[in-house]
Design a protein around this ligand. Structure first.
Ligand code: ATP
Ligand code: MG
Ligand code: MG
Length: 429
């Protein structure tokens, strides 16, 4: 993809926008761009520099993203709404063409990284709460404040404010900025990446050798599968990636959202609004708490991925009301006139709180409370889902881990701190 119309090859020390930004290291990439950690010589701080591919359709997409991001930044002068901030944008001409560049505040690892780091084990519910509060604050601002639908909420598109590994964080690690291309190193761009990859491979092999040795000495081999400590990691996060976002009253695509986070109204093509993001949020909260995606549909013999997806939703959440099932432009492809799936007949109904207890080993009370929070967001009727603003008021978000806060007294009453107020819970003998 490093050819005409594609990515721009960057070398460490390359400068952008008349010398203002200097590339430090690659942070990530997507279908549209590469993203680099850069040093901003004007503010003397680190930023994320997104360099878009140069072909016209990518430039078009970047201009749209900048329009949305500018509205977001203009409406949030205090930068406190948990949505990524666009700092600057400009054009950069290179051998592959002209690339639109966006400069963002530097953020840390994605929630997907966090889930992997935790070995797909599920985070403590208090951490899930913290994350949900940030995302909901961001969504309340986007939906209520600006009329923007994100349309692609998923763990990859929510970034922590810090990196999990402190040595990767330029600020916490006290990194001194590189101000020019390293002397005597003609390797850059793509070549540099190959060298980096080889070094990483070597480190991985060395690590594997060490753990192998340990296991042959009778210890536990491989990486420990216990929850890795997340102590000291501030789990605040921000919503990113507005490449697919739209205004509620100015939509571009019929098919939105990444498969696993896609709402029923989008599958049925019944029209969508802010509530489609709320469905995705529920899927993300479930994934954070259990370590597994809520729905992973697959097409099979005689039925499509969409039909499998609809069947899975009904098996977990109950039957889709007939009115909703038959109400979309694509309803006839999947449902008969009674509102039953045409090609998947026998559904195995279950329910969310039982799943949390039986499969994910939640306590009955944790499962019950979490389900009370999630279920309204997973209403098949989009209009019935709570808004982000309403959701922020939900008591579940303000429960504290009872182990940390319970105080037993002699009359058998526990006091559990719930936010600012105190709630009394009777304890049975
Ligand atoms: P996609 O194919 O998902 O649309 P894209 O080309 O639009 O990708 P982004 O998703 O915006 O690019 O960014 C690619 C990656 O760069 C992210 O997944 C993340 O790892 C990293 N990244 C993006 N923005 C930041 C930021 N502000 N701070 C730190 N890292 C970032
Ligand atoms: Mg992305
Ligand atoms: Mg994108």
């Amino acid at each position: 993809s490093y050819r005409k119309g594609g990515y721009h090859a960057v070398r460490v020390g390359d400068s952008f926008s008349g010398g203002r930004y200097i590339a430090q290291r690659k942070l990530g990439w997507g279908e549209f761009s590469t993203v680099w950690l850069a040093y901003d010589t004007q503010s003397s701080g680190f930023v994320a520099l997104k360099i878009q591919k140069s072909a016209p359709q990518f430039a078009q997409a970047a201009l749209h993203e900048i329009e949305v991001l500018s509205a977001i930044a203009n409406g949030d002068q205090s930068n406190s709404k948990y949505v990524v901030r666009l700092i600057d944008h400009f054009k950069h001409t290179g051998p592959n063409g002209q690339h639109i560049c966006m400069v963002f505040e530097f953020l840390g690892d994605s929630l997907l990284r966090l889930i992997k780091h935790n070995h797909y084990k599920g985070l403590e519910l208090n951490k899930v709460r913290e994350i949900c509060k940030c995302v909901l604050t961001g969504l309340d601002y986007l939906h209520g404040g600006l009329g923007i639908v994100h349309t692609d909420l998923k763990p990859e598109n929510i970034l922590l404010l810090t990196t999990i590994n402190a040595t990767k964080d330029p600020i916490r690690s006290g990194m001194t900025p590189i101000l020019e291309r390293p002397e005597g190193n003609p390797n850059g761009g793509v070549t540099m990446n190959i060298i980096e990859k080889k070094l990483k491979q070597r480190a991985r092999r060395a690590a594997a050798r060490i753990s192998g040795r340990r296991s042959s000495m009778g210890g536990v081999g491989g990486t420990p599968k216990s929850n890795r400590s997340l102590d000291g990691i501030d789990l605040r996060c921000k919503v990113v990636d507005f490449g697919n976002a739209c205004w509620e009253d100015k939509q571009f695509a019929q098919e939105i959202q990444t498969r696993q986070y896609r709402s029923p109204e989008v599958i049925l093509q019944s029209g969508y609004s802010f509530s489609a993001d709320m469905w995705s949020l529920a899927c993300i909260a479930f994934e954070l708490a259990t370590g597994e995606m809520m729905f992973t549909p697959k097409g099979g013999e005689g039925f499509s991925e969409d039909e499998d997806h609809l069947a899975m939703k009904m098996e977990l959440l109950g039957k889709i009301p007939r009115k909703i099932a038959v109400g979309g432009a694509r309803s006839k492809d999947y449902f008969d006139r009674h509102g039953d799936l045409k090609r998947i007949r026998r559904l195995k109904y279950g329910c969310l709180d039982k799943l949390l207890v039986n499969k994910y080993r939640f306590s009955e009370s944790d499962a019950h409370e979490f389900t009370e929070f999630l279920s309204p967001l997973l209403d098949f009727e989009p209009e019935k889902r709570p808004t982000a603003e309403q959701c922020l008021q939900h008591p579940w978000l303000n429960f504290k881990n009872q182990k940390q806060t319970e105080v037993k007294n002699e009359s058998g009453v526990e006091r559990v701190n719930i936010g600012m107020s105190k709630l009394q819970i009777k304890v049975g003998k």
